[in-house]
Ligand binder design. Structure first.
Ligand code: MN
Length: 435
């Protein structure tokens, strides 16, 4: 046995236990400690929190009490976004996470035995209102699931060549819309736009009739790169602060008419939902696994040493308006992603494109090989051909008004889960039609 008696072993040590109770299936054990922005009815000021079990640790209180490392000035925890904290760099992220881990440890009396401080610093998650965790300056959506790309190719181009010639050579992406990235719980209004009926010569205008979700994750850039200076693939992970769940809501009928030749526009820009807790790449480290074999071998700037995929179970559930029952419609895993986050960031910057703290880079729809792991309704219903039956017998081809979609994800440790919580959103009807 290599049991390490050191009580100060790292924050990821599976033997660590906090002084407060955390359920075995909680997404927020002491081994996770994700960062978010929250407020409460009693104190509407936005501030930085860390999730622990069913509580939020208020870092503005902990910092003011002098319990965080000196290099993490207290004012970075009283901000409306994580950007000022993230900007301090990886050494500060790690020092703060280690300090919080120590403070919450069952063996540390500082907070455990100070009832007055606990009362101010710990907020029940049920009382916390979560806000967008980062100020997103740029949002990019990749297309890195081979299974998703091949399904879409088979559907629209035929079975013989499901992937376009570039797909196995570069992580395909488009620049998305940052202004409409919203936090979990924000309602999504059904978009209106141009669509064309099969065989019609001219488009018509109206509400989207093929509204879809896309199960994705996204990483938050933690260390930017200057214009003209690419990020080498082997340095890329050191630039990533953390990861969130992302729902890339998609209007398939609008997309199909508008996307050639420059890609999706109105079909994607009406809303992109992310989960409120940013799970650090450090917390995901124990769940690192080799990614899929890449054949043909990528060009040298995309060749990374070592394992760069992460074993994250992912699920999507749908609940119709007024229904108590949710139906899990997709079970997938982040490890299915063909192109890694490191390769995505290296490719994004190889042209000399700069990135900035808070930029969000999404994975693309994370479909797996099995039909139950298809991660959009487009694939699950094969573009509406095969309706899904939900609990209670109602069917869906695409989303209806009032439907609520929730994505969740977690890494399964030995007796604990490092999870992301969830990202949810409900569809509101289109506004009354114009002209
Ligand atoms: Mn997408």
């Amino acid at each position: 046995m290599t049991a390490n008696p050191d009580p100060h072993a790292g924050p990821n040590d599976p033997r660590r236990r906090p002084f407060l109770a955390v359920a075995a299936d909680s997404h927020f054990p002491i081994q996770n400690l994700p960062f978010g922005i929250f407020s409460t009815p009693a104190d509407p000021e936005r501030r930085v929190g860390v999730a622990i079990g069913d509580q939020v640790l208020d870092l503005s209180v902990i910092a003011a009490a002098g319990l965080l490392p000196a290099e993490a000035d207290a004012d970075i925890f009283t901000q409306g976004s994580l950007n000022p904290f993230i900007t301090r760099g990886p050494a500060v992220w790690r020092a703060v996470r280690a300090a919080v881990s120590h403070l919450l440890d069952a063996e540390t009396p500082t907070l455990r035995d100070d009832a007055a401080l606990r009362a101010r610093a710990l907020v029940p998650m049920a009382d916390a209102r979560m806000h967008l965790p980062v100020e997103v300056g740029g949002y990019t959506d990749f297309y890195s699931s081979r299974h998703h790309a091949a399904n879409v190719g088979r559907m629209f181009r035929g079975a013989d060549k499901p992937l376009l010639p570039n797909w196995l050579h570069l992580p395909v992406a488009y620049n998305g819309r940052a202004s409409s990235v919203v936090v979990s719980g924000t309602p999504i209004t059904r978009p209106q736009g141009q669509t064309i009926a099969p065989g019609a010569e001219a488009p018509c205008f109206g509400p989207c009739a093929k509204l879809d979700f896309e199960l994705e994750t996204a990483f938050v850039v933690g260390v930017g790169n200057p214009l003209g200076v690419p990020v080498p693939v082997d340095d890329a992970e050191s630039r990533i602060f953390g990861v969130v769940l992302l729902n890339d809501w998609s209007a398939r009928d609008i997309q199909q008419w508008e996307y050639a030749p420059l890609g999706p526009f109105n079909a994607k820009s009406f809303g992109t939902s992310i989960s409120p807790w940013v799970v650090t790449l450090d917390a995901l480290e124990p769940f690192r696994v080799p990614g899929p074999v890449q054949e043909p071998e990528p060009l040298p700037y995309l060749r990374a040493q070592g394992a760069h995929a992460f074993d994250v179970a992912l699920e999507v559930a749908v609940r119709p308006a007024g229904d108590e029952r949710t139906t899990t419609v997709c079970r997938s895993n982040l490890r299915h992603l063909y192109w890694s986050m490191a390769q995505q960031l290296a490719h994004h910057t190889v042209s000399g494109c700069n990135t900035r703290v808070g930029d969000l880079m999404a994975s693309g729809t994370i479909s797996g090989p099995e039909p139950e792991s298809f991660a959009s309704l487009l694939e699950l219903t094969w573009n509406g051909r095969d309706p899904l039956t939900l609990a209670g017998g109602v069917t869906r081809t695409f989303l209806e008004d009032g439907d609520e979609v929730t994505i969740t994800g977690w890494c399964q440790g030995d007796g604990y889960r490092v999870g992301f919580g969830g990202v949810g959103g409900r569809i509101l009807p289109s506004p009354p039609q114009q002209g």
